[in-house]
Design a protein around this ligand. Structure first.
Ligand code: ADP
Ligand code: MG
Ligand code: MG
Length: 210
């Protein structure tokens, strides 16, 4: 299935549904190493995205959808994650101003999102943040694209890797964000932002298969 504006709309809507369904799970992860609001923050923001999508004319470019997601998340999610996801989707929106994404465009979109998160939060892989999920996704997408995968398969590789990246945060000691206040006690728990990143990228793939 083509990764066009209709796909991006399904991605946004599916992300909202998944995050609302997983709200308690994300809240619980953030309760362990943060302040327990990550699920609320994201569910509020993505629900606002769903409302916005119902109010605007149907976009005809992927970038338009991603820009709407970005600006809505910036103004509604709050906390650390709002600006991080907002910047990620804003950068991704710039790269994907086309009607349908090629495999290379999927890679470029994910690279742009990762660059947005890093430019905003200055975290490197291994610091127990959403960067661990985004960076894993980018690496796997690059590899899949290099091996000749189609755009949907590139997304599948990214989603699988983001989940592995989120799991990889469990033993890490946080050195960025609120979890870093816990020092060594942050080890043994999954980073909530890495977990939500994996959900959003899984939703991107699911939206391409539906
Ligand atoms: P807050 O910590 O302000 O309550 P959230 O709970 O919504 O915000 O989001 C927390 C998540 O944000 C963390 O789990 C982590 O993935 C991500 N995060 C925090 N700081 C950074 C950073 N500097 N770089 C990348 N991601 C970060
Ligand atoms: Mg929090
Ligand atoms: Mg908070």
């Amino acid at each position: 299935m083509a990764l066009d504006a209709a796909w991006a709309v399904r991605w946004a809507r599916w992300s909202a549904e998944v995050v609302v369904a997983e709200r308690e799970h994300l809240v619980e992860l953030d309760r362990r190493i943060g302040d327990g609001d990550h699920g609320e923050n994201l569910a509020r923001g993505l629900s606002a995205v769903q409302v916005k999508l119902g109010q605007v004319p149907v976009p005809d470019q992927v970038g338009e959808v991603l820009r709407l997601v970005a600006t809505t998340m910036m103004s509604t999610v709050g906390g650390a994650a709002g600006p991080l996801y907002g910047t990620a989707f804003l950068r991704a929106a710039k790269i994907s101003g086309v009607s349908s994404l090629s495999p290379a465009a999927v890679v470029a979109m994910l690279e742009a999102a990762l660059e947005g998160v890093v430019s905003r939060g200055r975290a490197s892989p291994g610091e127990k943040t959403m960067v661990d999920a985004w960076a894993a996704a980018v690496g796997a997408a690059q590899e899949a694209e290099g091996a000749g995968a189609d755009p949907v398969a590139v997304l599948a590789a990214a989603a699988d890797a983001a989940e592995a990246g989120a799991r990889s945060t469990v033993p890490m000691v946080a050195t960025k964000g609120r979890a870093s206040y816990l020092g060594e006690r942050s080890a043994g728990h999954m980073d909530p932002g890495a977990a939500s990143t994996a959900m959003l990228l899984r939703a991107a793939h699911a939206a391409a298969e539906s």
